[in-house]
Design a protein around this ligand. Structure first.
Ligand code: MSP
Length: 536
């Protein structure tokens, strides 16, 4: 079993591969934003990063959706997959690979992997009887079902009875190896509440599961029996492997696994934890492939406290949201307001708008604006001619700022996005308090130029550090702040960012170059008003 090499200079992470039964919803946007934040943070720290996302396009659910639209499945998939790519562009998601499970290279990888599992003796034919939820693409135990044989995740749909011969994967064989994995690598599943769920599920005894389907055309034929189609989850999880292939290389497992494997982090929602934390490692063990480092299952988003569902009509359209408020606002809200790992709520009027106005327009934006105007007036359009070292260590902003970079890095590493944001806000709020107390306009009138310069430097530098540490979340606002402070950094330039604004330098307090020419002050975030038409 592989151990985690913390010194590795590469970092590969994945979002789930989203079903193309419909256009992206806010849940898919949520995971993808979090993944992009981590990818940006790791790039700034100098890692070579591969962010993988994509679409899961096979199976009965997609087959039926396409048929209901009167389209060929491939034409339907092409349209929806393009919708995902458009949304990621709007949200400034810098993915490196977009894998579609209908890609021809993927079939080669699935076949080769299947062959390995077959040769391990882990596939056999048997009778599959049970209740199937097509929306989950998963068999359900009778005791898991709601009244009227409905799946708890899709209560508007009835499960369907299946009784057919299928090929099974010998999951039960991996019971003790999986238990050993969870014990020897306690960080493999996060957060700990989800780990406990998995431990409890596994301790009940693992059952083999079917990995082929009869009467489903839309998928890859089973290599050993083309009358059956490979189960969509077996196919989809392998999308993470196919995604690693460099363009134009031969689609073999050896090529795919040569550089980036094992994946450092699979980010997923809690509903698909079992697939990633139980089935997936067992499949990899069977094929003799090392296990990824970490699987993290985040919570579910609700809307005004209610489960989001099409039948209730309270689905948030992420495209409408980002069109109305911009990418940074949406990214900030979800990262700041919801503890990653727990369920969280979206409430446009009571939380979304007030929080963005308070944090970004008032606390951060106004602080920069007024400090910059004073610096331009009192210090001739330049950063005051002093350096961070000239400011005494008991200066309240320096005191908070000096270890902020390492605290925030720790929070990002732990996927504690709201803690990272809160820590930065403490510095910003202290900056506002400090400038009010010090009143540099009075110091200036009193002719105390040295004190004016110290106060303004300390505040400008704190705004810079805040912008830097928040740049994985709000890259456009951070760009704007950096430009107004006289830098020409572009936080969206992923090939350069570890050079032009490396974490090792920019995450420290006191690096704002003295006498750097300042830019024109302009608001970095306009106050939001509630749209008259109601919510997004
Ligand atoms: N296709 C599978 C994943 C295969 S990965 C090899 C799938 N796709 S999905 O599109 O249905 O779901 C993708 C993700 O969206 C899941 O991680 C799921 O948890 C997440 N969400 C779905 N609804 C959600 C919310 N209401 N809130 C947050 N995330 C939600 O499952």
């Amino acid at each position: 079993m592989n151990s985690i090499d913390k010194n590795k200079n590469t970092f590969a992470l994945t979002t789930p591969l989203y079903y193309v039964n419909d256009l992206p919803h806010i849940g898919s946007a949520y995971t993808t934003i979090a993944a992009d934040v981590i990818a940006r943070f790791e790039r700034q720290r100098g890692k070579s990063v591969l962010l993988i996302t994509g679409t899961d396009e096979h199976g009965q659910k997609i087959e039926r959706t396409a048929a209901a639209r009167g389209l060929e499945p491939q034409a339907h998939c092409d349209e929806i997959a393009a919708g995902f790519q458009t949304l990621w562009q709007k949200l400034d998601i810098q993915y490196d690979r977009f894998i579609r499970t209908t890609a021809p290279t993927h079939e080669a990888i699935v076949k080769e992997f299947f062959q390995r599992v077959w040769e391990s003796g882990d596939i056999y034919l048997s009778q599959q009887k049970g209740w199937y939820c097509v929306s989950c693409e998963e068999f359900k135990e009778e005791r898991e079902l709601l009244e009227g044989r409905r799946c708890s995740l899709h209560p508007n749909k009835e499960v369907e009875w299946r009784d057919e011969q299928n090929y099974f994967f010998r999951l039960s064989k991996y019971q003790s190896q999986l238990e050993e994995l969870y014990q020897t690598r306690p960080d493999f599943i996060g957060p700990s509440s989800r780990r406990n769920e998995v431990l409890s599920f596994v301790s009940q005894g693992l059952q083999d599961f079917s990995i082929s389907r009869l009467n489903v055309e839309w998928g890859f034929p089973m290599p050993i029996d083309p009358s059956q189609t490979i189960y969509v989850w077996f196919d989809a999880l392998l999308g993470y492997v196919t995604a690693l292939l460099d363009p134009d290389t031969e689609p073999t497992l050896e090529n795919a696994l040569s550089k980036w494997w094992p994946i450092n982090l699979h980010l997923i929602g809690k509903d698909i934890l079992r697939f990633h934390a139980v089935y997936w490692p067992a499949m990899l063990m069977s094929a003799g492939v090392p296990i990824p480092d970490r699987v993290f299952g985040h919570g579910f988003l609700t809307m005004n406290g209610q489960k989001m569902s099409k039948s209730i009509g309270n689905i948030i359209d992420p495209v409408a949201l980002v069109n109305r408020y911009g990418a940074d606002a949406v990214r900030y809200y979800f990262m700041k307001e919801i503890e990653f790992g727990r369920d969280g709520d979206f409430n446009e009027k009571e939380r979304f708008i007030p929080i963005l106005n308070a944090d970004l327009a008032n606390d951060l934006g106004n602080l920069l604006n007024r400090t910059l105007s004073m610096a331009r007036r009192y210090c001739g359009d330049k950063v005051p001619p002093i350096s961070g070292k000239d400011i005494p260590p008991d200066n309240p902003l320096k005191a908070i700022g000096s270890d902020l970079g390492s605290r925030v890095a720790q929070a990002y590493e732990n996927l504690a996005f709201s803690n990272a944001t809160e820590a930065v806000l403490t510095l910003i709020r202290s900056g506002n308090k400090y400038i009010d107390e010090q009143a540099p306009w009075k110091l200036y009138k009193q002719g105390n130029q040295q004190a004016v310069e110290q106060v303004l430097y300390a505040v400008l530098e704190s705004v810079r550090l805040a912008a830097y540490l928040l740049s994985p979340i709000i890259p456009n606002i951070s760009n704007d702040i950096y430009q107004q402070l006289g830098f020409d950094t572009n936080f969206n330039d992923k090939t350069q960012i570890n050079v032009s604004a490396a974490f090792i330098i920019h995450a420290n307090w006191g690096i704002l170059p003295n006498s750097q020419t300042l830019g024109e002050p302009r608001p970095v975030f306009g106050r939001l008003e509630l749209p008259e038409t109601g919510s997004a």
